[in-house]
Design a protein. Structure first.
Length: 362
């Protein structure tokens, strides 16, 4: 028999319900408590939790009441971006040190990064920042090929995301940079995390161009027009000389692939696409050959969800870490680097110049 672990969920909206479905599929996991200040979201997720786990969870309008309850073993935070830093501060101050999976971005403001990193360093349980794109099977296979030398010495990395606009969220919180951190923090921290992971070095300079050209122009929320960007190019330079490029367009629904990744080095090139056809492509400069490598299906994927099965793999790995007392795959430091690059990209767009990461004080 697998010992049952009790999870508390802070944030009962769309992504919170995704986590409920994933946790139900991990043996020995129950969600016993939910919190959300929006009554309709809380009620909807409570019904789903009852259906999935066969019992009604305790529900709270305030996450601090959930933390005070004490009858949980770990936490999942899936609330709006701008609430993460304050909720984590309350988690760190709670009498019991809970393991935490917090949705990206870990925070939205650069001034919150250093205090969050310091508090996480002294927390007595794992703090895991959700970066599920690491676990998309084609991306994981691409990383494996690069690590094993398929491209030789890595020089260039490109990620393209051409997709649909931002989805509607409760209270329309994701329409404004003051709440999301901006598109290049909210949406693209995933890609800046992947870039750093593949480059195996720290970013030093960022320059970007972007705008809000098409999406949400006819919307009004409390009289205000949304200010989130819907397209951008971002170049990130690393200390070891590697350059990475992000090409983002959020009015490109009619695309063959939602995401495309390309890694080029001295010996060759590796390409992956999501959703793609389940393969990646490895090219060798020496003979100009191009080989298709089948993407192995991860047998753990039981719920495809919003991220092609990656969020399930991540949640399952988090549950293993809670059960075994091991560290997170994605620690707070990694999560904060991805925020820093997004903040630097927005500053570059606003000021029309390259931005050094050192300027941010991280």
């Amino acid at each position: 028999m697998v010992e049952t672990l009790r999870y508390g969920l802070i944030g009962a909206g769309m992504m919170g319900r995704e986590h409920l479905r994933n946790l139900q599929l991990v043996p020995g996991s129950r969600v016993t408590a939910l919190s959300d200040p929006v009554e309709a979201s809380l009620a909807q997720s409570a019904r789903l939790a009852h259906d999935l786990f066969g019992e009604a969870p305790a529900v709270f309008a305030d996450h601090r009441a959930l933390l005070a309850r004490g009858e949980i073993d770990a936490l999942v935070i899936a609330s709006p971006n701008d609430t993460h830093a304050a909720i984590l501060a309350d988690v760190f101050a709670a009498p019991r040190a809970h393991a935490v999976l917090v949705e990206k971005p870990a925070c939205t403001r650069i001034e919150d990064c250093a205090p969050l990193a310091a508090a996480a360093a002294s927390h007595r349980a794992p703090i895991w920042v959700a970066m599920e794109y690491r676990y998309m099977p084609p991306v994981a296979e691409l990383r494996r090929e690069v690590r094993e030398g398929a491209v030789g010495r890595l020089r260039m990395l490109a990620i393209r995301e051409h997709r649909y606009p931002f989805l509607a969220k409760v209270g329309d919180w994701n329409r404004f940079a003051r709440r999301t951190g901006g598109t290049l923090v909210e949406k693209c921290c995933h890609y800046f995390d992947l870039m750093r992971l593949i480059a195996e070095d720290e970013p030093v300079r960022v320059y970007a161009s972007g705008a809000a050209d098409v999406n949400h122009r006819d919307e009004r929320h409390d009289g205000a027009v949304p200010d989130i960007l819907d397209n951008a190019f971002v170049i990130v330079e690393y200390d070891n000389g590697i350059r990475a490029n992000l090409d983002l367009c959020m009015f490109a629904e009619a695309s063959r692939n939602e995401q495309e990744l390309s890694v080029v080095g001295t010996l060759g090139k590796v390409e992956a696409a999501v959703p793609g056809d389940g393969s990646i492509w490895v090219g060798e400069r020496s003979d100009r050959s191009l080989t298709s490598v089948a993407d192995p299906i991860d047998e753990r994927v039981a719920h495809v969800g919003f991220h092609f099965g990656a969020s399930f793999i991540e949640v399952a790995r988090f549950c293993d870490a809670v059960r075994n007392g091991t560290g997170p795959d994605v620690d707070v430091n990694a999560g904060l680097w991805s925020v820093a690059v997004g903040v630097a990209a927005h500053r570059s767009i606003d000021e029309g110049r390259p931005v050094l990461i050192d300027e941010l004080g991280v």
